[in-house]
Write a protein that binds this ligand. Structure first.
Ligand code: C5P
Length: 308
């Protein structure tokens, strides 16, 4: 085998409850991750045998030019760090070429960089035939970043700790989403810092029982009403235009409207796939956003879709 391709989903957070800053700078979270049908593809190919062990040579293409803008192609890319980490873990001593094909917005609050890192772990494990158990891949993913374990699992899951300790959530049915993409990204660290400034007295995060019940029942109306993101005010503060995008989605009949993670992507829940398409068209007409994507969730996590 010379090449492996892995498809990996974006996420939206259905609940993002954020506690006070911890001594290590992170925040305890109750973070309900939900994988949606917006996918990046990561293809890994054997590199030169004399390349530095675990080194990755990166290339990237995108569904649109904006999908690769600002994506680092050096060792700073989380996917390159994932390759190096797995090589160290397994003792593999060859380099690898990594191609990212990106549909997930960059620094958009949908964990695209984390998804690519998760996909790189799965792809290299398959390419190298190292057979690392999923539970160990999840631990390695958590070393790379708080959002990296979830795309290995997909579906819907509750993250606690800094978001990396995952428990699958009971769920029924399919939910239909519209995502309003903004120009440029937001730094997750900057949004958390703004949250600390706005909420110095944040309480400990608690799971929302109503949201869990709505998910278990597959009830989009209840889920829409229960969507909640403690980072939203901080994202609005750094990007004031987002409030108008959320308002436009609500006016156009969204069941729920929320900033995705740390933003700036905004997520809108619709009643059905046709309603999602109508909502997307209304959002574009409102001129509050330049681009929309329609997707559904939950979907499965990182999966091998090609080998040759
Ligand atoms: O874990 P990750 O490297 O993805 O986190 C990026 C940044 O987001 C951290 O440096 C931190 O500023 C912030 N963060 C946080 N609390 C979390 C997760 C992330 O403060 N639970």
């Amino acid at each position: 085998m010379n090449t492996v391709t892995v498809r990996v989903p974006a996420k939206v957070n259905l609940q993002l409850a954020v506690g006070p800053a911890r001594d290590d700078g992170y925040h305890d979270l109750v973070n309900v991750f939900h994988a949606v049908s917006l996918f990046d593809e990561v293809t890994v190919t054997h590199g030169a045998p004399d390349a530095k062990p675990g080194s990755a040579v990166l290339t990237a293409t995108g569904d649109r030019p904006s999908r690769t803008a600002g994506v680092p192609l050096d060792h700073g890319n989380l996917a390159a760090r994932a390759v190096a980490l797995l090589a160290r873990e397994t003792g593999v001593r060859t380099g690898v070429r990594v191609h990212l094909h990106k549909a997930i917005p960059v620094a958009g609050g949908m964990a695209g960089g984390s998804a690519d890192a998760a996909a790189a772990l799965v792809a290299c494990d398959a390419l190298w035939g190292t057979g690392v158990p999923t539970a160990r891949l999840v631990e390695l993913a958590a070393e790379l970043g708080s959002d990296v374990p979830f795309p290995l699992l997909g579906g819907t899951a509750v993250g606690t700790g800094r978001g990396e300790r995952l428990t699958p959530a009971a769920g029924n049915g399919t939910f239909h989403w519209v995502f309003a993409l903004a120009e440029g990204g937001l730094s997750t660290a900057a949004v958390f810092a703004e949250y600390d400034r706005l909420r110095p007295d944040a309480p400990e995060p608690e799971p929302d029982r109503e949201l869990a019940a709505a998910l278990a029942d597959g009830d989009a109306h209840r889920l829409g009403a229960a969507l909640a993101n403690d980072l939203q005010r901080a994202s609005f503060s750094l990007r004031p235009g987002l409030a108008a995008t959320i308002a436009a989605g609500r006016e156009a009949g969204a069941l729920g409207a929320i900033v995705s993670g740390s933003g700036p992507t905004c997520a809108f829940l619709a009643e059905s796939a046709p309603r999602a398409r109508e909502l997307a068209a209304a959002l574009l007409e409102s001129e509050e956003c330049a681009e929309t994507v329609v997707a559904h969730g939950p979907v499965q996590g990182a999966v091998v879709v090609g080998r040759s």
